[in-house]
Design a protein around this ligand. Structure first.
Ligand code: BG6
Length: 492
């Protein structure tokens, strides 16, 4: 855990919104080593004092409410340093190396480094290669150097392979920590526990008892100020390739042989390998894309995607994707998984809906047509918890059946605040635990799946915009599930 956290892009948005508040909260919960300091690397002129002032403001703005005192804040930022570097200047790295060694002496960090790439992806290669030539990556048994890398990891399979080749020529796979911040969310870590620690669920977790699964990640925000990035990514690369497929893997994986990192990742990747191929015909039938037009969010007018700043007025980038996927293995054969994600939808939430089968039409199911099947709802955010819906008799003389729910909410109590995903992820990277990071083959198979869809879309002109902001996406998304006789949970 003793190390210097060296953040390339330390003056950027991610560092301010997520990384500095995460370091601060780790400090408050006494999880940081005494032998620890942060170095922000950026191209602007800045003194340590100016940087510390920025960090204090960021922490005050983005950290959890009511956390810590001014004294705590000063104590943590007294370990924050700023280093000016032009990342393409190889001599600059020699200076950085010496600077970090001096901090090693001061903090007793022994040459251990967590290099965090919070910069645009086009800079990943340059930085990694310069770190190598400056002799800043040793992993010689005396000290460790790890690389944390933000998404997007490439923009398709071939660019991801090229990037991976560069990275792994410098860092071995076990020293590479590819972030998917969803994996740091409390409830994602809970999915495995809910499944594998309950006799109530695990025996039923298959095509004999489950009718279908819905995985939904809905956002009210638009593209915000990220036009240039999002124009190239779109919802398919921005959400499906990573977060949504992670949710799918955790929901559908087989129990791992052990609870260790590699056993878990082995099982997750098998899910991706078992996904039925997205042929052009399947893409046209089972995948829907959308782009928001102007509309209303919380009663306030918002512009359409094409009117957002730094977005082309003719953009064909999708801000919404819904799809039906099938997993071709014995557990899941015949069970559709419906995925839906989009921006400028009516509500912000992420959830997994496990819909159990309807019982045969006998007894209550015969008498009371339309009786609802059991549902398990795993709420990822903002509310975190599990709800189970089942049928029971309505009190009274009539033989009426109603659906009742049992509800476990893990962040509803006033003082129950779950740590931010980045806290957990930073801490794990310091400890050298990569279970909550993405292994290369997960990235690879996710791109294989997504590329097939992107290829078909690239050949066809979409009719955008096709949903007003503040609605649940284009009508085709509703039809996608309704033609199978089912409904999206939020529309049911
Ligand atoms: C990011 C995407 O990875 O995840 C964003 O780039 C998206 O476009 C965000 O808004 C959603 O994360 P969360 O934690 O708010 O669900």
């Amino acid at each position: 855990m003793d190390c210097l956290l060296v953040i390339f892009g330390g003056t950027g948005d991610l560092a301010h919104r997520k990384l500095y508040p995460a370091v601060y909260n780790l400090f408050l919960s006494e999880q940081l080593s005494q032998h620890f300091a942060v170095v922000s690397v950026g191209r602007r002129d800045k003194t340590d004092e100016e940087f510390r002032q920025d960090a204090v403001e960021a922490i005050k703005k983005f950290s959890r409410p009511n956390s810590g005192t001014d004294e705590d804040l000063n104590a943590v930022v007294s370990r924050f340093y700023y280093y000016k570097l032009d990342i393409s200047d190889s001599y600059g790295y020699v200076g950085l190396k010496e600077y970090l060694s001096r901090l090693d002496d001061r903090y007793g960090t022994q040459g251990n480094r967590l290099y965090y790439l919070a910069v645009a992806p086009e800079h990943f290669k340059t930085i990694v290669q310069h770190l190598k030539s400056a002799g800043m990556v040793l992993n010689d048994g005396l000290s460790w150097q790890r690389l944390i890398i933000e998404k997007p990891f490439g923009s398709d399979l071939s660019s991801a392979i090229a990037l991976n080749n560069v990275i792994t020529s410098v860092f071995s796979e076990r020293h590479v920590y590819r972030i998917d911040h969803y994996l740091g969310k409390e409830m994602l870590q809970n999915i495995m526990a809910i499944r594998f620690a309950n006799a109530l669920f695990e025996p039923l977790w298959n095509n004999k008892y489950i009718d279908h699964v819905q995985i939904i990640s809905s956002e009210t925000v638009g593209v915000e100020n990220r036009g240039p990035y999002y124009e190239k990514a779109g919802a398919l690369r921005d959400m499906i390739q990573n977060h949504m497929l992670q949710l799918l893997m955790l929901t559908a994986m087989e129990p791992p042989a052990q609870l260790d990192t590699e056993s878990i990742r082995d099982e997750k990747v098998k899910v991706l390998k078992s996904l039925s191929e997205m042929t052009p015909a399947k893409v046209r039938r089972d995948v829907v894309r959308g782009q928001y037009g102007g509309g209303y969010i919380d009663g306030k007018p918002v512009v359409g995607y094409r009117e957002e700043s730094r977005v082309s007025p003719f953009s064909n980038t999708e801000t919404f994707v819904a799809m039906k996927v099938e997993i071709e293995n014995f557990r899941w054969g015949g069970v559709p998984f419906y995925l839906l994600t989009g921006k400028r939808l009516p509500e912000k939430f992420t959830e997994i809906v496990i819909q159990f089968i309807s019982l045969p039409e006998v007894l209550y199911f015969k008498e009371l047509k339309g009786l609802k099947p059991n549902t398990l709802l795993i709420r990822i955010q903002p509310r975190e918890g599990v709800e189970l819906y089942f049928n029971a008799k309505k009190p009274g003389v009539k033989n009426e059946i109603i659906q009742v729910g049992m509800d476990f909410c893990q962040n509803c109590a006033v003082d129950a605040v779950s740590p931010d995903a980045y806290e957990r992820l930073l801490l794990d990277a310091m400890k050298g635990d990569s279970a909550l990071f993405t292994r290369w083959d997960e990235v690879e198979y996710a791109w294989r799946f997504v590329d097939n869809i992107a290829k078909v879309w690239a050949e066809e002109e979409p009719d955008f915009p096709n949903y007003p902001a503040g609605t649940w996406g284009p009508p085709a998304a509703k039809e996608l599930i309704e033609r199978d006789g089912r409904k999206w949970r939020m529309m049911g």
